[in-house]
Design a protein around this ligand. Structure first.
Ligand code: UDX
Length: 462
């Protein structure tokens, strides 16, 4: 973590106002970015929805302004509706007036330092019009990788919605999508259950990213160099690849669910690189039969495992009711199931051998930063795109392409944990880890140098 002393900064500190979308995978990178900016001397105000509100006491150096998001009206649908575009489009309408009032109030506060800019999640596309109206520059934070946005830009959500409903029986199911050949049709059917709704959301988001004063990406140049060139052509506004943010500030302080830290002492007892860590993130859901296949897969392999089962992961279940009979007794000391883990610490632990993940972008980056090979089981939205990049472009994971089925699961775990292929994957991901560590070290030195210079200025040296 970067440890610089912001109190050393000069008296007038420009303010930045940030506005995350209210989901774990979006709150984490926004608050990490806020911490990075604070380290560079900015005052931070976070406007946030009341739904999934961050805990202000974990960030005493920021000020927090909650707004009424109207989310209660649709909250009961979250347990059943996996159409992300529906929720996001709803929030882009329900937040307009409360957000505008809150922002206008902040700008009118007497005696405050000037506001440098507004940074909102790119998914809050409505904020561009509000920022324009209040004559405030808006930057968009896109919490995914570059490749995802390039794919979203060309996928035929509106022109060929039928592509998103193909099934195994269709001849094109295994074929490449002409608009974005890295992806197969079987990948894009996972992205959304409502292509037209998704198309409308994507068009709005990308249009307002193009209208913004700049885009901040939680990714790094060495990972996506070829796509960075394309992005600057497709989005003719300044692009900043400042990630991975969590290298500077961990996600622990913005966790919405309590992390079970007891597993760290269990991990201490396991052999190096022996544990299969399994987590499907904060919003993805699987069916009861998929859940049971995961359980059988884990019980059939000989490796120790740590499995995060977030309450609500299994559609229609509270928590573990759908486990096969005697599963918990059978796993004994070899396995642990928790509701939520300190994921970054788990991935950094020497006992962790591989990460079976849904490929949310934060999880993917966290795995790369710790050099942990992945087994990729994407569920929806950007995850199938991230998984394809991880397995086919960066070659740092094995794609469990055909869903959850115990024999396929066992084979994938074996490929990563025991085969030569797994060793090669580990080498490639370790190389990426190395590149990030070097970049982090250089940035850290730059911050230290800046701080020393400011200290000298404060003390009257030139
Ligand atoms: C959502 C979308 O599903 C994803 O596709 C998009 O890229 C971001 O938003 P989410 O399910 O939240 O993703 O996954 P991810 O992006 O991986 O973020 C999850 C965060 O929760 C990570 O920072 C991870 O460290 C943290 N986490 C996860 C925990 O702290 N404990 C856990 O047990 C699991």
């Amino acid at each position: 973590m970067v440890t610089t002393d912001p109190s050393l900064r000069s008296a007038t500190r420009r303010r930045i106002i940030l506005f995350p979308t209210p989901f774990q995978g979006h709150i984490n990178p926004m608050l990490q970015l806020a911490n990075i900016l604070h380290t560079h001397g900015f005052q931070i105000t976070i406007i946030h929805a009341k739904f999934n509100a961050p805990n202000p006491s974990n960030h005493p150096h920021f000020s927090f302004k909650p707004i009424n998001d109207g989310f209660a009206e649709i909250a009961d649908q979250l347990a059943t509706n996996q159409d992300a575009s529906y929720v996001l489009k709803y929030l882009n309408k329900s937040c307009v007036d409360p957000f505008r009032d809150c922002l206008a109030g902040l700008l009118a506060e007497p005696g405050q330092d000037p506001v440098a800019c507004l940074i909102t999640d790119a998914a809050f596309y409505f904020a561009q019009a509000v920022a324009d109206e209040l004559k405030l520059p808006r930057m968009a934070l896109r919490t995914s990788n570059l490749g995802c946005v390039l794919a979203y830009d060309v996928l035929p959500f509106n022109s060929k919605p039928a592509c998103f409903y193909l099934t195994k029986q269709d001849t094109d199911y295994e074929a490449s999508v002409p608009e974005f050949p890295l992806l197969k049709f079987k990948d894009i059917v996972k992205i959304t259950t409502n292509p037209q709704g998704m198309g409308e959301f994507v068009t709005n988001m990308l249009t307002q990213m193009r209208a913004s004063s700049g885009i901040i990406w939680n990714t790094f140049k060495e990972l996506e160099e070829p796509d960075l060139e394309t992005i600057t052509q497709v989005f003719p506004v300044p692009s900043f690849t400042l990630g991975p943010f969590h290298e500077y500030f961990p996600a622990t302080s913005s966790s919405l669910i309590e992390q079970d830290r007891t597993i760290l002492s269990w991990l201490d007892k396991q052999a190096p690189k022996s544990v299969v860590y399994v987590s499907f993130g904060s919003v993805a859901r699987i069916t009861e039969s998929e859940f049971q296949e995961v359980a059988h897969g884990l019980s059939n392999i000989g490796f120790p495992f740590l499995w995060v089962v977030r309450p609500g992961t299994v559609a229609g279940s509270e928590w573990l009711e759908s486990l096969p009979e005697n599963f918990v007794e059978g796993m004994g000391e070899r396995g642990r199931i928790v509701k939520w883990s300190p994921q970054q610490e788990v991935l950094a632990h020497p006992a962790t051998g591989c990460f079976w993940t849904h490929n949310g972008w934060n999880s993917t980056l966290e795995s790369i930063c710790e050099g942990v090979p992945m087994i990729c089981s994407p569920c929806f939205v950007d995850q199938p795109i991230n998984a394809r990049y991880a397995s086919d472009v960066w070659k740092i994971g094995v794609f469990l392409e055909d869903g959850f089925e115990r024999t396929g699961i066992e084979m994938a775990i074996k490929r990563v944990m025991m085969d030569k292929e797994g060793e090669e994957i580990r080498e490639r991901i370790s190389c990426l880890k190395e590149k990030i560590s070097k970049q982090y070290y250089m940035n850290f030195l730059m911050i230290q140098r800046k701080e020393v210079m400011e200290r000298q200025e404060t003390n009257g040296f030139s």
